[in-house]
Design a protein around this ligand. Structure first.
Ligand SMILES: [Zn+2]
Length: 416
C-alpha cells in the first residue's frame, strides 16, 4: 500500500513477530524500571479512529468483519511511535559550509570570522518568512517521520526578535509539533551593546505575553557566554507564572547550576548534562525532573558523553532525544540515537526504548496517550525491519524503520 492512499478507519497489523512496549502505566520510568519492556511474541495490534483498541497474541484474534486494512507483520516487530522531546527543527538554511571547515580543522575564531555559528541560522530564519519556515520544517518533519518519530517537540530560538520567535512557535504548532519557546537561546546582535539583562527584560515584557498562548513550554540556554542562573531564573519564573511548563539547557560545556535551578522551579526536564558531576547526578536522581540526554550532539561536537549509566543506576528518570539542529547535531534519527545510547552511554536497548518513548512523552506532558502500545493509547507505532525489536538500537545507522503508523494511518513504509 502506498503511504498516502485512502485508508479506512480501522487498521489491523497481524502476525507481528514481536510487540515491545514499556511495561505498566506510570511515567516517567526511572532506575531499574527503565529496563522493563513487555514483549508479546506473534501478536496483533488493532486500531480504530486513531487509537489502539486491542493488542495481544494472534491466538486471541477472532474473525473481524467490516471495512479493515490488514498489514502483514511477519518478520517485523512493533514498538511505540518514537517521541523526540528535544529538537530545534524549525530553522531555515543549513550550516554545511561551517561543518566542512570545522571538519578540516578550522578554529572557532575562523568560523566566526566567516559568519558561522548560531547567528547565521538566526539571519536565515528571520529572512525565510512564515511560508519559507513552514516549508523548511515540513522537509525536516518528513525526515523525522521516516526515521520513526511520530511526536516531536521543536523550539524557537532562531528568531530572537518578537515577530520571528512567534512565527517559529506558530509554524511548529501548525506542523503538529509541541512548541517550546527558547527566546533565551542567545543574545541577539541588537542587544549585544546593552547586554543580556536588557534582553531578558525584553523577553519577559515584550515577547512572553504573546509566546505564552502559542508555546507549551519555555526553555533557557544556561551556559557561560549565554545566560546565567539569575537570568534563567527570571525568565523561567515569569514563564511559569504565565502557565508554561519549564525546560532547561544545562551542564553542556560547564556545570553552571542548571540542575538545582530545574529542581527549585519544578521544571519538567534539564537537558544535555555532558558536564554533570556526582553531586548533580545525586540531586537529579532524587527529584522529579527528567534528565534529557543528547548523545548525537556530543558525538557531532566530539564532546564527552553525558553520564547516563550513573544517572540510571542512581535512580534518575532519563529521556534521550536528537537535539536536531543545523549547528551541533544535524541528525533527525532516534534509531541512531538509540544506537549511540547502547554503544556510548552504556544503556541497554530496553532502557533506550523507554527513554525515547514513555519518558520522552512524559517530558512533553503526553504520557497519558503516547509512548506505549496499549489499548486506549494513540495508534502511533514503528514496525522495525526485523523479528527482534532490539535491532532498533543494534543496527547502527541501518535501514531499520520498515513502516510508520501515526494516528492509525500508515504514513511511511518501505513496502511497495
Ligand atoms: Zn538543544
Amino acid at each position: 500500500m502506498s503511504a498516502d492512499a485512502e485508508q479506512p478507519a480501522r487498521l489491523l497489523i497481524r502476525d507481528l513477530s514481536q510487540i515491545a512496549t514499556p511495561a505498566g502505566r506510570t511515567a516517567p520510568l526511572r532506575g531499574a524500571g527503565l529496563r522493563e519492556i513487555d514483549v508479546v511474541e506473534d501478536g496483533f495490534i488493532l486500531c480504530a479512529d486513531g487509537r489502539i483498541t486491542d493488542i495481544g497474541s494472534m491466538q486471541r484474534l477472532t474473525g473481524l468483519t467490516g471495512d479493515l486494512v490488514e498489514v502483514d507483520g511477519r518478520g517485523l516487530s512493533a514498538v511505540p511511535g518514537l517521541v523526540d522531546c528535544h529538537t530545534h527543527a524549525c530553522f531555515a538554511g543549513d550550516r554545511v559550509e561551517e561543518f566542512s571547515l570545522r571538519a578540516a580543522g578550522a578554529t572557532y575564531e575562523e568560523l566566526h570570522a566567516k559568519g558561522g555559528g548560531i547567528l547565521s541560522t538566526v539571519r536565515a530564519t528571520r529572512e525565510a518568512g512564515e511560508a519559507g519556515l513552514a516549508a523548511a520544517l515540513a522537509r525536516h518533519r518528513s525526515w523525522m517521520l521516516r526515521a520513526g518519530t511520530t511526536t516531536f517537540e521543536a523550539k524557537s530560538g532562531y528568531g530572537l526578535d518578537h515577530d520571528t520567535e512567534l512565527t517559529q512557535l506558530r509554524v511548529v504548532r501548525n506542523a503538529g509539533g509541541v512548541p517550546t519557546w527558547l527566546g533565551a537561546h542567545a543574545v541577539p546582535p541588537e542587544f549585544v551593546d546593552v547586554g543580556a539583562d536588557a534582553y531578558v527584560d525584553f523577553l519577559i515584557e515584550d515577547v512572553l505575553p504573546d509566546a505564552a498562548s502559542l508555546a507549551v513550554a519555555a526553555d533557557v540556554f544556561l551556559e557561560r557566554g549565554a545566560f546565567d542562573v539569575e537570568q534563567a531564573r527570571r525568565v523561567l519564573s515569569a514563564c511559569r507564572a504565565a502557565g508554561l511548563e519549564l525546560r532547561l539547557h544545562g551542564d553542556q560545556f560547564t556545570e553552571s547550576g542548571a540542575i538545582p535551578l530545574a529542581i527549585e522551579l519544578g521544571a519538567r526536564s534539564v537537558d544535555h548534562l555532558e558536564s554533570t558531576g556526582p553531586v548533580g547526578i545525586a540531586a537529579l536522581a532524587f527529584s522529579s525532573v527528567v534528565g534529557v540526554l543528547l548523545p548525537a550532539s556530543a558525538l557531532f561536537l566530539d564532546r564527552p558523553m553525558p553520564p547516563a549509566r550513573a544517572l540510571v543506576d542512581a535512580g534518575a528518570a532519563i529521556a534521550i532525544a536528537t537535539d536536531f539542529n543545523p549547528g551541533s547535531a544535524f541528525c533527525e534519527s532516534l534509531p541512531l540515537v538509540c544506537s549511540l545510547a547502547a554503544t556510548q552511554l552504556r544503556m541497554a536497548p530496553e532502557e533506550a526504548l523507554a527513554a525515547c518513548t514513555v519518558n520522552a512523552a512524559h517530558v512533553l506532558a503526553l504520557a497519558d496517550r503516547k509512548g506505549r502500545l496499549a489499548a486506549g493509547f494513540d495508534a502511533d507505532m514503528v514496525l522495525v525491519a526485523d523479528d527482534d525489536w532490539r535491532h532498533l538500537a543494534y543496527h547502527l545507522g541501518g535501514d531499520v524503520v520498515h513502516t510508520v503508523v501515526e494516528g492509525g494511518r500508515i504514513v511511511s513504509t518501505t513496502r511497495a
